[in-house]
Write a protein that binds this ligand. Structure first.
Ligand SMILES: [Fe+2]
Length: 204
C-alpha cells in the first residue's frame, strides 16, 4: 500500500518546471493613469510591491495584479451600478511581473471610498485589491491594501474582520519617499509576505 504522504514527496520534474514562465507570456500593464484623452483624475501615487518569503528574501517571478475604484469610488465594471462618474482615462486594473529584486511598481491614483449596497450606511475605505500568482497558476493569494490613517478603516467590516491588529497593520500601505516621483506622485510601498509568522493576511 502506498504511504499516506506519497503526494507530499513527489518531486518536481521537468514536466512541471519546463512550462512557459509569466515573463514569456504576460503583457504588463503597470500604468493605470494614462488614458486616450489625458491623465486620470485623482491623487497620483506610485505603489511599490515587494514579494518576500518568511526570511524576508525577495521572491522573483510572481505575477501581481491590482484592481481598484477610481477617485470617485466607482469601479469600471458592469456590476457597479452606482451613480458616480466613470473616468475614461483611468484603467481600473494593472498587472506586473516581480523583478529579480522581488519588486514591481504601478502608477495609479488613490481610490475613492464607496458605499456597500443595502448595508445601512457602510462605506468601504479606499483600498486596492491585489492578487499574486506564484511561479505557476496553482498558487494564488488575494488580499486588499488600505491607506494609513483613513478614518473609514476603523468602521470597515472587511478590514476589521481580521481580528489581530498586527495582522491588519500588515495590510496598510507605508508612505515611502523612494517609491514616489518627486512633485508628481506620492509613494507607497507594500510588502507581500508569502509564508511564516509575518504572512500577509488574505481577503477576498
Ligand atoms: Fe473593492
Amino acid at each position: 500500500m502506498a504511504p499516506d504522504n506519497v503526494h507530499a514527496i513527489t518531486p518536481r520534474t521537468a514536466t512541471e518546471l519546463s512550462g512557459p514562465t509569466f515573463a514569456q507570456t504576460v503583457a504588463e500593464e503597470r500604468n493605470l493613469v494614462s488614458g486616450k484623452n489625458g491623465q486620470a483624475i485623482g491623487s497620483l501615487m506610485r505603489l511599490k510591491v515587494r514579494v518576500l518569503d518568511e526570511d524576508a528574501r525577495p521572491q522573483a517571478g510572481s505575477l501581481i495584479e491590482i484592481w481598484q475604484a477610481n477617485a470617485a469610488g466607482k469601479y469600471q465594471h458592469p456590476q457597479d451600478q452606482r451613480d458616480a462618474p466613470i473616468d475614461t482615462n483611468f484603467r481600473s486594473w494593472g498587472r506586473g511581473l516581480v523583478d529579480a529584486n522581488g519588486e514591481v511598481d504601478f502608477i495609479t491614483i488613490r481610490p475613492g471610498a464607496y458605499p456597500v449596497p443595502n448595508s445601512g450606511g457602510w462605506w468601504r475605505p479606499p483600498h486596492i485589491h491585489l492578487s499574486a500568482y506564484g511561479s505557476t497558476f496553482s498558487s494564488r493569494m488575494i488580499t486588499q491594501l488600505y491607506f494609513p490613517g483613513d478614518p473609514l478603516n476603523e468602521l470597515d467590516g472587511i478590514f476589521q474582520g481580521i481580528p489581530d491588529p498586527l495582522a491588519r497593520e500588515r495590510l496598510v500601505l507605508k508612505p515611502d519617499v523612494d517609491s514616489g516621483i518627486p512633485e508628481v506622485a506620492l509613494g507607497f510601498c507594500f510588502d507581500l509576505v508569502l509564508r511564516g509568522r509575518s504572512q500577509t493576511p488574505l481577503e477576498n
